[in-house]
Write a protein that binds this ligand. Sequence first.
Ligand SMILES: [Zn+2]
Length: 382
Amino acid sequence: MVGRPNPGKVPVIPSVEERRMKAWRLHDRGDFRLEEVALPEIRPGWVLVKVKVVQVAVVDRGYLEGMPHPHQARIARMLAEGKPVQVGHEYCGEVVEIGPGVATLNVGDRVTSAGGQIHCGTCSNCLAGRESQCVSPLHIGVEIPGAFAEYMSIPEWGMVTVPDGPTDNEVAALQPLGICVSDVRSASIKMGDTVAVLGQGAMGLGCLQVAKLAGAGLLVAADVRPEALDLSLDFGANAALNSAETDPVGEVRRLTEGLGADVVFEAAGGRKQDGLAGFQTLQQALQMVRRGGKVFQVANLEGLLELDPVFLCSRSIKYLFPDPVTAENLSYAAFLVASKRIKVSPQITHVLHGLDKLPEAMEITVNKAKFRTSNPPQIVVG
Ligand SMILES: [Zn+2]
């Protein structure tokens, strides 16, 4: 779905004020309100989507708590201009109305988005076919009001149709899995490669399963939570290391006869106050990867990082960040779930009903270890 029907030159269809909906909107840091607002405009090339299920992404919390966030400058600008921010971008929805010029979607289609970022279709990168590197994208949950609402309006080129197969709850969880597909593809795993995955949350478990399908040989999972490691073994890990009880670097070296892993996915780092590993697991990843191997940064790290370029250069270690997830990545993720090659539903442990449950869902997101869950909590909207 490349390109756009030049909506800037076509008059916007006025919203109908009598049509109202409920939506969570951020008015200032910590000031998050469930409000009744007008239904969003349906511009040419856009569609109106009824939200069925939405889940709380880690970045959604950032809006509430003022955490460092990729879009915080934009959010701050919007709030300063008195424009509330409506978050949420991991969702399953149904197209209920289409705007003029929509060519690829129909009323009744079940949809989700590959990522929060929607390419503009007109910048030099987009025109060169590098839509994932768009220089002026729109973001669902920032410029485009997001999915913690009964309805939202999105450009057709920002959505992916998901046919029957996965449940609505699984569709809402597809976006992180699409990122895992992108991560594993970016890693170019070769058949038989030893792969270590640090962190067995939703992203780690997704990378583990996709890496196995991509031909990984010895597959090593590490985490500090025994219940997460049980899932890792269910999903195909050959070894599950409890990093609270054993040194994962030493164990990976022992399992690889001293060489180290060909590819390491770092999916455990992040803020220590959130129960994440800070930079510790990245340093472990750099120590356990073999000479010439690859370390993939899956987790969202914050702050400035100390790296030793001499160590990295002398060992030819590639420290890599994947491209943003594409619609094709997400469609493939949907196929993997529909064909039962990848399991998502065992991770969906907390499903709440009603938009008013968002504070409870946020509480679970903040305390995933306490609630013994890896997938974000989900809310069934309607
Ligand atoms: Zn662009």
